[in-house]
Design a binder for this molecule. Sequence first.
Ligand code: ASP
Ligand code: MG
Length: 592
Amino acid sequence: MSIIVQKFGGTSVADSEKILAAARKAVRAQKEGHQVVMVVSAMGKNTDLLIDLARQIHKDPPAREMDMLLSTGEQVSVALMAMAIDSLGQQAISFTGAQIGIKTDSTYTKARIRSIATDRMRQSLDEGKIVIAAGFQGIDEGFNITTLGRGGSDTTAVALAAVLHADVCEIFTDVDGVYTTDPRLVPDARRVNRISYDEMLELASAGAGVMHNRSIEFAKKFNVPVHVRSSFSDNPGTLICAEPEAPGQPVCGTALVRNEARVTLLGVPDRPGAATAVFSRVAARNVAMDMIVQNVGANGLAEISFTVFRDDLPATLKAVEEATREIGAAGYNYDDNVSKVSVVGLGMATQPGVAEKMFRALAEKEINILMISTSEIKISVLVDRDVAVDALRTMHSAFQLDVQPDCVPKEVIGAAASRLNNNTADVVARMQGMEDLIIEGITLDESQARVTLVGVPDRPGLAAHVFEQIAAGGIVVDMIVQSVGREGQATLSFTVPQTDLAKSLETAGRLAKELNCGAPTSCPRVAKLAVSGTGMRSHTGVARRLFQCLADVGINVDMISTSEMQISVVVDGSQGQKAQDALRKKFADVMV
Ligand code: ASP
Ligand code: MG
């Protein structure tokens, strides 16, 4: 019999009326012939209230007790939900995370799921009951109650759907699906019918706050179709699955992270280990870096720029100060008034021209780009905060995201027959935890060359101009990295096919003269290594491990770009194989 998991968030169970409405949805699904598992969050703002209460008593409450407290919110909801179902004349049984057997590690307040027992749920389902599971909670080896982090009920729901091989995991929420961008900022944002896991992951980390990111990682890993839909209507919402909405479309969405800060280390000795020194110091202060961009500079000196959430800037600067001294960098600067705007789409991996179009649209609005980082399916730029929303709107209309693409997908819910590819299932089974990091590939591309322009004037329209000129020569640029260094100057590095290097350099030379900056530098043969996987960002330390590994074997990194699913580095062409071997060894324990 088919199983459906239905998750109801806090707003969908905020009062008795809403609980009854949710119960009716579950009963209806059961009457349609499905076995139904409900996952519910704490009512309304209850979790916030509990946190507030705890803080009134203790300014830094013990984490174990925090989880003990917060788990009660969901316990209230499941009991009431079971009563609601009973009142509708159907049978139901509520379970806490512990009663189901959701085993987690012991990282209180952000525990990760290790395993889930299915016997008890299956038995109840087979008895005709609707199973109601408390979201967001589990139990560790020592029988301590743990929680999965704010918003964690999504992760519970997708995880239950995965272990039960459910047909679909429905996420009922107060919005009716996933939008091309935040409709509050861009009124003509469009609800998408379908979006791929990869796109959703990138968009979420780029600022789109629809679902708990770990739940999407779960869904991807176990191939669970997720249907995000409104609790207050019966309209279909957005299906998150392996396929994109319209395969031919280069961009599916755009997102904004408003409060970022940029830090740049200047004059970094361009030698193995410099990046690691910086990253490990920042990580040691528990700060997550967002965009990371490293650029080969002039005279053997590199620039490392990265962004962090603005609130993390003070701690970051302390780390950077230490690192500057340790590695003998010339200095650093920062800007705490910046925002990140990204465009995401599976299609851009195969279609050139997205970057130029993005840069041109921004240029036309006279919006200056401070930093650029590109990955397979995402391009992010950093801009001043006061033009960020304008930049977001500009992207949205440049890629006509308000327009429904031609090939609207057919109904795919329930047809996700290619469930759980066996290989992945095996690996996951071998690993200790369902939520562990997995690395799917470490690829080496030895076909590229690098071109770098140093001292480019930092003003609107420059990136557009440069990449249009390059594209005009029929050259397809692969990776682009821009950082701002000294006042008013940017460094722009990009990779092109080796066979196009001469032509690229000719164009770059012309541009350098025109822009009055130094002659371009280049490397005729670079190696690009891309490490991709699931959980690359939510498991902190992956980037650090990667850079440490390369430093240990004496390999210098020329360019870096990071995304949710991939970290790419460019090294000298002669080092490619060595780098790949070292990385494969380093990540052997988590490779699929
Ligand atoms: N109640 C928890 C929270 O508010 C979990 C959830 O809603 O997903 O974060
Ligand atoms: Mg919530």
